[in-house]
Each structure stands twice: as structure tokens, then as C-alpha cells.
Design a protein around this ligand. Structure first.
Ligand SMILES: *Cc1c(COP(=O)(O)O)cnc(C)c1O
Length: 362
């Protein structure tokens, strides 16, 4: 059986050694005679898994001790609502940086609970860049500032974390968490759906500063209150046990690879190879402005926007074992998502294929 290079934006590739380890342990986890999928979330075996997963994530991201790690469900999409429910509790004003489809959804949810000010936006240029965020733009009374760190669909990333002063900075890091070193202490809250860089779908990781928990209104449903999950160590109800186990294996894989600095070096190399080729190509072009380019999601189009040629490219790439290169339906063209689990060889094979295709069509 041959595995393909899967450039899907999410759910996406998982590291092969992680899948192999999971396969090996699938039917009989540590001599229990049961699969991880079958053991109680209250069992000692699972308690060890969730504790180890948290400890590894703390170590990898260097998470300060005054931050909680919560293992939740319902994706980043639920966090679009849960963040304002829990944090929009003072002035009920929040400042958003609008950088694309995902920030749009987050904004829509926050608007249901208070006043949203868009302090910066890149909508004027089709979200192909990250707007500059100055401290002077921020309302000092705002409950928080929200940014979408890496814009999965548009292929942009914040290269600099905005200085928001005393106003907590909240970020959706779904598609860039664990891809590079990051100073967690600059954020009040980080959330990420697992299915890009962490684990299979079903798990959502929230990293939140202690003092931001405990302010949700008294009538907040328990499942929507961070306090519930903090107090019960993410075991208030049945958590996504198998996804948490997979996350633990991914964290171990990252640690073995040398941690985030080593992972970042490889990610920079992969992205540079691909952008350098595209920038030099006569057939393909990358629409995102160079200073805002994502290391994880690389959108590209044909120079003259030839839809038929793009469709042929996507089809022939798939036949060559390069899967899911179609761009998001809202932007068209192509997109190569090159998360942590995409090996350098996958990017090399993609570039070789693009070069061949270019020779045939220019
Ligand atoms: C994938 C993604 C989402 C949506 O995540 P769900 O887990 O499907 O809710 C939100 N934000 C970003 C940046 C994403 O990449």
C-alpha cells in the first residue's frame, strides 16, 4: 500500500511514525487487552495519557505556570463563541483584526454578545496581507484584542505579535500552532482545532491565562464555561480520548525531532523552497505579499488565472500522488498545505511536478 503526499488544509497528514505507533498499540494498549478507544476516561491508563499530553505541550511551547491547558471539543468554531462568552465580560467591547474567512466567522459570533470594533483589516486587498497593528489603535478598555494568527484559506501569517499592552491578546492558532517557536506569555488565550498540526479532528486545545477564567456570567451553560473545564482538568465530561492520545504521540514525535526550534527550521526550509520556485516560475504565481506569507498554507494560481489549466494541474497532480491541492472554494486556484507532518521530500516532489507541468505549458 502506497501513501500519498496529502496537501489538505485539514484534516491533514499526521506523521507516519505516529500512525504506525497508534497502529501497533491499537488493539492492546499497554497490555490492557483494550484499545485506547475502549478504555474509560477515568481509568489510570487514560489519566496518564492526558497528563503526559499536557506536560509535553507545556514543555514544547514553554507554557508559563500561570496558564491552563484545556482539552475541549467542537473545534475552533466553538471557541469563536466561547471566547466572548468567557472574556467579553467587562466593557463588552472587543477589538478585532480582520484578516479573512475565519476572522469573519469569529467576528460574527462576538457581535452577538457585545460591540466589535474592527481596528485593522486587509479586506481591501482580498486578505493577501497582514495589516499593521499599532498599540494606539487599541481601545484600552477593550475586553480583548483578537487576531487570527495564521489564515489557513488566504495563506497569510502574523510575523510579529501585536503589542496590545494591558489588553489581553486572543488568537486563533488552529493552523500554525506548534509550527514555530512562540512566546505564549504575549497572549491571554490561544485556541486551536487539532486537525491541522496536532491530532485527528475532535480535539480543541485552549491555552488560557488563569486570571481570564472565572468571569463568565452565572447563567452560562457549564460546558461553555472555561472554569468548568479548568476545575475538572478537562474531564468534566468524556473528552475526545483517542484524539488526546494521538496528540500525545504527536507531541512525542515533535520532541524527538528536536522540539519547536528544529520543527521551525524544517518548516522555513519547506516554505522557502516552494515560494522561491513559484516566484521564479513563468506559469505559477503566489498572490500573498511576501512579508505576510504563511509557512503552513501556500496558495498559488496560474499567472493568467487559467481555470482549465488549474483544473488539469490539480487532476494530474493527484494522479502523481500529490493530493488535495485544490484551493479553497472561496479563493480558487491551488493551495499546498505543508504542516509539520509534511516531509521535505513531499515538497520536493511537488516542486518537481510543478516544474514539469510548467515546461509542458509555457
Ligand atoms: C480550520 C480552522 C478553523 C475551523 O476549525 P473547526 O475545528 O472546523 O471549527 C478555524 N480557524 C482556523 C484558522 C482554521 O484553520
Amino acid at each position: 500500500m502506497k501513501r500519498v503526499y496529502n496537501f489538505s488544509a485539514g484534516p491533514s497528514m499526521l506523521p507516519l511514525p505516529v500512525l504506525e505507533k497508534a497502529q501497533q498499540e491499537l488493539l492492546n494498549y499497554q497490555g490492557s487487552g483494550m484499545s485506547v478507544m475502549e478504555i474509560s476516561h477515568r481509568s489510570a491508563l487514560f489519566t496518564d495519557i492526558i497528563k503526559e499530553a499536557e506536560a509535553l505541550l507545556r514543555e514544547l511551547m514553554n507554557i508559563p505556570s500561570n496558564y491552563r491547558v484545556l482539552f475541549l471539543q467542537s473545534g475552533a468554531s466553538q471557541q469563536f463563541a466561547m471566547v466572548p462568552i468567557n472574556l467579553m465580560t467587562g466593557s463588552k467591547v472587543v477589538d478585532f483584526v480582520h484578516t479573512g474567512s475565519w476572522s469573519k466567522k469569529a467576528i460574527a459570533e462576538a457581535k452577538k454578545l457585545g460591540d466589535v470594533r474592527i481596528i485593522a483589516s486587509s479586506e481591501d486587498e482580498n486578505f493577501t496581507y497582514i495589516p499593521k497593528v499599532e498599540k494606539s489603535m487599541i481601545d484600552p478598555k477593550a475586553d480583548y484584542v483578537h487576531i487570527t494568527m495564521n489564515n489557513t484559506i488566504e495563506g497569510t501569517v502574523f510575523k510579529e505579535i501585536p503589542d496590545t499592552g494591558d489588553v489581553p491578546l486572543v488568537t486563533d492558532m488552529s493552523s500554525s500552532i506548534l509550527s514555530e517557536e512562540i512566546d505564549v506569555s504575549k497572549f491571554g488565550l490561544i485556541y486551536a482545532g487539532a486537525q491541522k498540526n496536532i491530532a485527528p479532528a475532535g480535539l480543541t486545545v485552549v491555552i488560557v491565562r488563569d486570571d481570564l477564567i472565572g468571569h463568565a456570567p452565572a447563567d452560562t451553560p457549564a460546558m461553555f464555561n472555561y472554569q468548568t473545564h479548568r476545575d475538572s482538568h478537562s474531564l468534566y465530561n468524556t473528552p475526545p480520548t483517542f484524539a488526546i492520545y494521538m496528540a500525545k504521540l504527536v507531541f512525542e514525535w515533535i520532541k524527538e525531532a528536536g522540539g519547536l526550534s528544529a520543527i521551525e527550521t524544517v518548516n522555513r526550509e519547506k516554505a522557502a523552497m516552494l515560494y522561491n520556485y513559484i516566484d521564479a516560475s513563468k506559469l505559477f504565481t503566489a498572490p500573498v505579499s511576501p512579508e505576510s506569507r504563511s509557512l503552513m498554507n501556500v496558495p498559488f494560481v496560474t499567472v493568467d488565472g487559467n481555470k482549465d489549466l488549474e483544473a488539469a494541474f490539480i487532476k494530474q497532480a493527484e494522479a502523481a500522488g500529490l493530493h488535495t491541492l485544490k484551493g479553497h472554494r472561496s479563493v480558487g486556484g491551488m493551495r499546498a498545505s505543508i504542516y509539520n507532518a509534511m516531509p521535505i521530500e513531499g515538497v520536493e516532489v511537488l516542486i518537481a511536478f510543478m516544474k514539469k507541468f510548467e515546461q509542458q505549458h509555457t
